[in-house]
Design a protein around this ligand. Structure first.
Ligand code: NAP
Length: 245
């Protein structure tokens, strides 16, 4: 049996390993956004498909039995493309999306529904802002000339940045002690994050709670798809569903 995993996440890498161990032929697809991506086991292809039609064609030409969308919860375009390609080809689609984070006692979260809204909130209410939303959606913060932005991402940003910035190139996992040191050292008064979920990057939330620092949480977009999509939130359930196709 052949699977195509749309990846770019730790869950996608975990699933590729599990499927290979059960003798699936697995190809993981990566967008190619990161210069040195963590590679999964099995075959890997890199780059876009050219929209839903290109993805559907790839699925048919490579005789794929099941499509698994294990992309990041904020990668909306490729998830929509997967749902459309599944409808067009009749091949089943399993969407593996990790659970969102939810607030704990003493968390000081302010939920917003877009990065634009996050940018308006922090420019108005804070002065030392820790931006941990990746490098693609930084433009809405660029107009803020007053406040300091500490921007952490894996590769250097390629968009306009707010003039008062410190860019830190790093990737998770991070630990709470180092996150607290970073926040104290930069006098951070707010952390901006997407509600990605998972353990790789959650230390910033634990650190913010312990330090009494506010968090502006960009909540997830709805999962695209409709009734043809089998939605699971962990690799072992994805594996179970894949065995049933
Ligand atoms: P996106 O906005 O949903 O996708 C934009 C385009 O990139 C898609 O239309 C597709 O091009 C291509 N693409 C995206 N993921 C792909 C994949 N796994 N394989 C092949 N092509 C892919 O995606 P994004 O938010 O830029 O994220 C890109 C990748 O980074 C995803 O695979 C995601 O899992 C990973 N990632 C994203 C985030 C995040 O915060 N967004 C965080 C961590 C990791 P075509 O239309 O040409 O097929």
């Amino acid at each position: 049996m052949r699977a195509l995993i749309l990846g770019g996440t730790s869950e996608g890498r975990d699933l590729a390993k599990r499927m290979l161990a059960e003798n699936w032929e697995v190809t993981t697809s990566l967008a190619g956004r990161v210069a040195n991506p963590r590679l999964p086991v099995g075959m890997v292809r890199i780059g876009g498909f050219g929209g839903p039609a290109g993805l559907a064609q790839w699925i048919v030409s490579n005789d794929i039995d099941v499509l698994i969308d294990a992309t990041h919860p904020f990668a909306e375009v490729i998830s929509e493309s997967a749902a459309e390609a599944s409808r067009a080809t009749g091949r089943p689609l399993i969407a593996l999306h990790r659970p969102a984070w939810s607030p704990q006692p003493r968390d000081r979260w302010h939920s917003v529904h877009s990065v634009d809204e996050a940018a308006r909130v922090v420019a108005r209410d804070y002065s030392h802002i820790f931006l941990t939303i990746g490098r693609q959606k930084l433009a809405p913060f660029a107009a803020d000339t007053h406040n300091l932005y500490v921007i952490r991402c894996v590769d250097p940003p390629e968009v306009a940045l707010p003039p008062r910035n410190r860019v830190l190139l790093d990737r998770g996992p991070f630990d709470v002690a180092a996150e607290k040191k970073l926040m104290i050292g930069n006098q951070i008064d707010v952390v901006v994050t997407k509600n990605s979920g998972g353990n790789y990057t959650r230390a910033k939330l634990d650190a913010a709670r312990e330090l009494g620092i506010d968090v502006v949480m960009v909540e997830r977009p709805p999962l695209p798809g409709g009734s043809n999509v089998i939605v699971v939130d962990n690799a072992s359930d994805a594996m179970r569903e894949a065995r049933l196709v």
